[in-house]
Design a protein around this ligand. Structure first.
Ligand code: HEM
Length: 483
């Protein structure tokens, strides 16, 4: 802001910012006090709706650098050459809490990455977990309702959470992950990130590959125990946000090593798991993680509201060489985010400084709407036109994929080793004895709060199906707590 006197929104100098204008000493306030009215009215409108999920978050700018050649798999320009750098903005978040909630809680962490590429912005809107609770977008609003405040009590209710999870056995894998040690990261810097879904890469020759992204923290994984988190959430509710900002201020730039699992398209139909099922990982023995990049965060936003609260990320923001997979969750997300942005930030959200392309420009014929800034000046607003307007390329961002069958409310195809428990059991058996003990204690503490025995039993039964020992120990721990 430039130097000079305080002004009104219209730029007129302000004489007195301490006393409102009254009719005489001690008299009522006058409507002609433009400054008072303007300040009160603007103040009333400071909030925009918080995100319906992932409301609480922090962000930073940085750089993505290509370190490995992936041109045999994708023609994305920003991945086209080892050493190529792309500016990024990353917003971390928790999921269930409101905007003012504490950071140190047991909850997945969002990992939303915007690459400002020369071919447009590419958004990868992932989590710190490689899997998710449900596998069809139609279940997402119900799931989130159980995580949020109950309509009657106004609080999160163990009954609702465990009722839904126990009736959705596909959640067993992610719940095992969440109640394990990685369920409460020590900070946003000390956790991995995942694209989670399977995405499409396609190369210059038009060949299709299915890929999964991995971001391995170079700071090392650090977690909090439930007891540590309970204390920290009270002492410093902004712990993650502060840690990220201060580390960047100190010049300690957090970095992640970026890798990808790559499946040739022809493998998908016969792979042992449905490769588009978000509740499953692809074991690294099947598809190893190939390193191809480095992510560094090195610049804090100057204004949290403008750059973090108003930032928008959409899984539908692709660039040439990258596209969606048939994952039913992802397909729902392709709609949900743009719709949320239009409601939450408005129809011109894409044009705010944090959201607009930085390495190219948006050339559309869409115009006007609330807070349109006139950026197109007098250019024609239709296509085709004879005035040198932008033209279509004729080349889709992603390759078409074959489909078969008839329409219907159909479940995704089941593959040879698909079931809702196998990977949850594998994860449990990978844990050390101490890890298992903490997992059981965390789960039992929550399940013991459920008021209905049938819901608690159904929940425990899902874990028993993942692993007999897992279920047995959990049952005993819950019984001990219930007395
Ligand atoms: C069908 C399932 C899902 C739906 C309908 C959905 C919907 C939404 C919506 C409406 C928002 C708020 C967006 C905004 O106001 O800007 C959001 C935020 C977010 N979601 Fe999802 N979500 C789904 C699943 C997932 C999954 C599977 C992941 C991760 C793998 C995920 C990660 C995120 C993240 C990281 C954010 C925060 C974005 C930001 O930083 O602004 N969501 N989601």
């Amino acid at each position: 802001m430039t130097q000079g006197p305080l002004t009104t929104e219209a730029g007129a100098p302000v004489a007195d910012n301490q006393n409102s204008e009254t009719a005489g000493v001690g008299g009522p306030v006058l409507v002609q006090d433009q400054l008072l009215l303007e300040k009160l009215a603007h103040f009333n409108r400071e909030r925009i709706p918080e995100r319906v999920v992932h409301a609480r978050g922090a962000g930073a700018y940085g750089t993505f650098t290509v370190t490995g050649d992936v041109t045999p798999y994708t023609r994305a320009h920003f991945l086209g050459e080892v050493g190529r750098e792309t500016e990024v903005f990353l917003r971390f978040s928790t999921v269930a809490g409101n905007l003012g909630s504490a950071d140190a809680v047991r909850d997945p962490r969002g990992f939303s990455l915007k690459f400002y590429t020369e071919e447009g912005n590419y958004d990868l809107v992932g989590n710190n977990t490689p899997v998710f609770f449900v596998k069809d977008a139609i279940k997402f609003p119900d799931f989130i309702h159980t995580q949020k405040r109950d309509p009657y009590t106004g609080s999160q209710e163990a009954d609702n959470v465990w009722d839904f999870w126990s009736l959705s056995p596909e959640s067993t894998h992610q719940v095992t992950w969440l109640f394990g040690d990685r369920g409460i990261p020590a900070s946003y810097r000390h956790m991995d990130g995942f694209g989670s879904h399977t995405y499409q890469w396609n190369n210059e020759a038009g060949e299709v590959f299915w890929v999964k992204y991995h971001f391995k923290t170079d700071q090392g994984i650090k977690n909090l125990t439930q007891a540590e988190a309970n204390r920290l959430a009270g002492e410093d509710p902004d712990s993650h946000q502060r840690d990220l900002r201060e580390s960047i201020e100190r010049g300690e730039y957090p970095t992640w090593t970026v890798g990808v699992q790559i499946m040739p398209a022809a493998d998908a139909a016969t792979y042992r798991f449905n490769p588009f099922d978000l509740t499953k990982v692809w074991p690294h023995a099947d598809y190893p993680v190939i390193e191809f990049g480095k992510l560094e965060l090195n610049r804090n936003p100057e204004n949290v509201f403008a750059e973090v609260e108003q930032s928008i990320f959409s899984p539908a923001h692709f660039v040439p060489g990258i596209g969606p997979s048939p994952d039913k969750m992802l397909q729902g997300r392709l709609f949900a985010y743009g719709d949320a942005h239009r409601y939450r930030v408005g129809i011109n959200a894409d044009h705010l400084p944090v959201n607009r392309p930085h390495a190219t420009e948006a050339r559309t014929n869409s115009r006007d709407g609330f807070l349109y800034d006139g950026r197109h000046k007098g250019a024609k607003n239709y296509e085709p036109n004879s005035f040198g307007g932008p033209t279509q390329t004729g080349r889709p961002l992603w390759q078409p994929v074959p489909v078969t069958g008839v329409t219907g409310d159909l479940e995704a195809p089941v593959h040879a080793e698909d079931n809702d428990f196998v990977q949850a059991g594998n994860l449990y058996r990978l844990m050390t004895e101490e890890e298992k003990e903490r997992l059981i204690a965390n789960l039992a503490g929550f399940i013991a709060k459920v008021s209905r025995v049938d819901i608690a039993e159904r929940a425990i039964n899902n874990f028993r199906q993942a692993d007999e020992d897992y279920g047995k120990r959990l049952e005993a721990a819950v019984q001990a707590l219930r007395g």
